[in-house]
Structure formats: C-alpha cells, structure tokens
Design a protein around this ligand. Structure first.
Ligand code: NAD
Length: 424
C-alpha cells in the first residue's frame, strides 16, 4: 500500500497537497487521533498499469493508467475516469479522496475512487480511444465491478467511453453488467438526467446559497470557467432559470457580454467550432480576466488549482461555486475568505453527478428505470438537504462551508470505520 500522506505535498497548487490539507483541518476539528487520520489519508488500494496503444498508423505508443480506491468502508468505490496528458497518480489520489468525502456529504452508500490515463484524447481517433479504453479496462478488471468499484465519466471521457468499459467488462464476464459503470448512454442502461446532473446540482446549491442571502437567482450575473460537460450545461441551466450568464471560457480562451450571452446560440457555435472562442455574440476575455470579473457568482468548472495565491485575490464575485474538483488551493481559499467571498465547495457543489450516478446504479441493479421528473425531484431534494446540513454546521461551529462539508464527509466515513471495527 502506498502512503499518500508522504507524496508531493509541497506545491500550493498540488491537488494532493490541497486534499491532504483539507483532511487535516477536518480531522483536527473532529478531534480524531493520528491512527484515524492515517486511515483516512491513505488509499486502500491502487493499481498502476501500462496502457500500450497500436495507433491507426501502426506505430505503438505507451500511456500510464491508474485506478485508486481511496476508501470503500461505506460501499463500493465510486469515481470518474479522466483522460488528460497531465494525469499522474498523485492527482488521481486527490480526486479519489474527494470522492470519498463527496459520497459521504450527499449520504450515498459508496466509498471514493478515481482513475486516469495520461492521454490527450483530442490527439487520437475514436478507434484509438476505444482501444485504449478497452486495454485499460482489461488491465484493471480485477479491481472494478458493480459491487467493488464503479466508474463514471470525468474530464476527457464521456458516455461512449463508459459504454466501452461496460462492454469490455461484460464480455470478459460473459454477460451484460450495466451497473459496472454510470454515465453510460441511455441505450445501454444509462439514466435520464445523468448528463446534466452535475450542472443541475451546481445550480441547486447556488440557488440555496443565494436564498440564504435573500438574493433571487434571476437577479445575479454568472461567469463560468470551462465549457465542457459541467460548465456548458451549467451555463444553459443558469440561463434557463433566469440568471444572466455574462462570461464563459474554455482552454482556448473566453467570451463575455455584460448584457448576457445567448447561451443556446453559443452552444451551437461550440458544436460547430469546438470552442467558445470567436463567438460573435460577445467580446474576447482571457481565463485570468474571467476569474476577476465583477460578477455575483463565479463557477470554476474546468481544472484544478486555478484559484491560487496569484489569482484568488483578484476575485470580485460574492460567491464562488466550485464546479471543478479542487479549483481552489489552500492559499487561494484563505485569500477568498479574507475578502469575504463565500465558497460553495466542490465536494458539495458538484455532487449532483454522483447522486444521479447512484440513481443510475440503483436502476441498473433493479433493471427498472425511473422517469426524468422522478430523477430531477430526487436530485433537487438530495442537493438541497446536503446544502442545508452543511450550512447549518458551518453556522453552528463558525466554520466555512468547505470545512463543514468536509467534516460531514470525513465523519460519516470515520463512523463506518469505527462501527465496522478493525479486521483482524
Ligand atoms: P470536460 O472535459 O467535459 O470539460 C472541461 C472544460 O474545461 C473544457 O471546456 C475545456 O476546454 C476546459 N479547460 C480545460 N483546461 C482548461 C484551462 N486550463 N483553462 C480553462 N479551461 C480549461 O470536463 P468536465 O466533465 O466538464 O469536468 C470539468 C471539471 O468538473 C473537472 O474538474 C471534473 O473533475 C469536474 N467534475 C465533473 C463531473 C462530471 O459529471 N462530468 C462531476 C463532478 C466534477
């Protein structure tokens, strides 16, 4: 077993350093001893695999793949699969840990896991991505399964990727096992509402935070960094619910319009060109400028560590709602707090995806599917109730929403450890 606590914890922007620091804060608040801290800090299982790919050209290239089960005390590991050139084991460890707390916060019967391959999916054909996905799945087969570890899409992967994982796993087992992944296409047992679930959850918690301040959603301006599965749908849902989306960006650049972007037309532009850049319904804005815009709500929904010691101090939004995992570093967090910015943390704000993943897994296990309305209502209830728990604890103990959320997630996980006892 690898001791994650000793891994690269020096850089402020390292996701693992951020995650470990957050855990230390929660453990200190809860008064747990060092033994429990180590249990909670250390992944239960990790697999590192070589993922060779025969390219369409005939050339062979090699990628590195990881699957980390951070904790499985409350149920199977649950977490996404990321394809990004910068993926490394420390990033996957951090993301797996956040999944454990997230599942605890929204009270799902899951632990936390995450996987990744250091591949840039934009550089490869669909056939190549299919081969990489099937090879990776075969390599980690002993570790995954509907009762042990359930994957979902993350950055650089999508419903099609999940269909390949499900098919590879099922073919090797000899029968169809839809519950081995979530976020798969409807045609093979996906759930209605899964595609938009993370973004719908972001809007639910934003509305809940605004309500506490007696600010209607229809009166706020919103800037969103990242226009992928999370940021793109969030922009549409915010606009549908009457908020004014004034800026969005992706890795190529951004676009702003102070009167509000026409999000539907922007989506068409992105479908046609692959980027928000060059949209004629607004003016260009850089990613750093977007973070510093004078808006009510800022939603970082791209990559980790964007709100760090150099950028967090420039934020003028009153609320930061974290769509991405780990967008704020520890130093960034302190700067935001000092400037009176309320941060709705990732482990709560983007939990809608795993909530509907859970609904999909329940439906697949029962082979009985629910209506879109049932799913939307159940999601709204769970997100509002999780927000209310976190907010009440934050107020009671005079702590931030992040600390309160982590305390709830960490406490539920630690309780499972204590009640189950230590074997042998
Ligand atoms: P995605 O690949 O669909 O989209 C990522 C977006 O971020 C793209 O628009 C990309 O251009 C942009 N981006 C990448 N690097 C950037 C940079 N340096 N600066 C600005 N923009 C950049 O990924 P996604 O699924 O939308 O995930 C985004 C974040 O949300 C990740 O942190 C992911 O872990 C988290 N998340 C995703 C889900 C989900 O259901 N997909 C659930 C919970 C959390």
């Amino acid at each position: 077993m690898t001791t994650a606590t000793t891994a690269s914890v020096t850089a402020d922007a390292s996701p693992l350093a951020t995650a470990q620091g957050q855990l230390t804060t929660a453990v200190t608040h809860l008064g747990y001893d060092d033994g429990m801290h180590q249990m909670l800090a250390t992944p239960r299982r990790e697999t590192h695999v070589a993922v060779p790919l025969r390219r369409d050209s005939g050339e062979t290239v090699l990628f590195h793949g990881f699957r980390v089960q951070h904790n499985v005390s409350r149920g199977p590991g649950k977490g996404g699969l990321r394809y990004h050139p910068a993926v490394d084991v420390d990033e996957v460890r951090a993301l797996a840990m956040w999944m454990t707390w997230k599942c605890g916060i929204v009270d799902l019967p899951y632990g936390g896991a995450k996987g990744g391959i250091d591949i840039d999916p934009r550089e490869y054909s669909q056939a190549e991505l299919e081969r990489v996905t099937r090879r990776y799945t075969s390599e980690i087969m002993p570790m995954i399964g509907p009762d042990t570890d359930v994957m979902a899409p993350d950055m650089g992967t999508d419903a099609q990727t999940m269909a390949w994982v499900m098919d590879t796993y099922s073919v090797n087992r000899g029968y169809t096992i839809p519950a081995v992944v979530t976020g798969k296409p409807l045609a093979v047992g996906g759930s209605l509402g899964r595609e938009t679930a993370t973004s719908a959850g972001i809007v639910h918690v934003t509305a809940a935070a605004l309500k506490e301040a007696e600010v209607p959603l229809t009166e706020v301006t919103v800037a969103i960094q990242g226009f992928g599965k999370v940021g793109g749908h969030a922009a549409s849902i915010f606009a549908d619910r009457g908020a004014r989306v004034v800026a969005v960006s992706d890795q190529y650049g951004g676009v702003r319009a102070d009167d509000g972007l026409d999000v539907a037309r922007l989506q068409q532009h992105v479908e046609a060109t692959g980027s928000v850049q060059g949209f004629d319904g607004g003016d260009p804005v850089s990613n750093d400028e977007l973070l510093a815009l004078d808006v009510d709500v800022l939603v970082p929904a791209a990559v980790e560590g964007v709100l760090d010691e150099s950028t967090a101090g420039t934020v003028r939004a009153r609320w930061v709602v974290e769509g991405a995992n780990g967008p704020t570093t520890a130093k960034g967090d302190r700067l935001l707090a000092a400037n009176g910015v309320t941060v709705v943390p990732d482990v709560l704000a983007n939990a809608g995806g795993v909530v509907v993943s859970y609904f999909e897994w329940v439906q697949a296990n029962q082979t009985y599917w629910w209506s879109e309305q049932e799913i939307a209502e159940k999601l709204a209830r769970r997100m509002s109730s999780a927000y209310a728990d976190v907010s009440a604890l934050a107020r009671r103990d005079g702590i931030s929403l992040r600390e309160a959320a982590l305390v709830i997630g960490v406490r539920r996980t630690a309780e499972a450890h204590e009640i189950r006892g230590l074997y042998p």
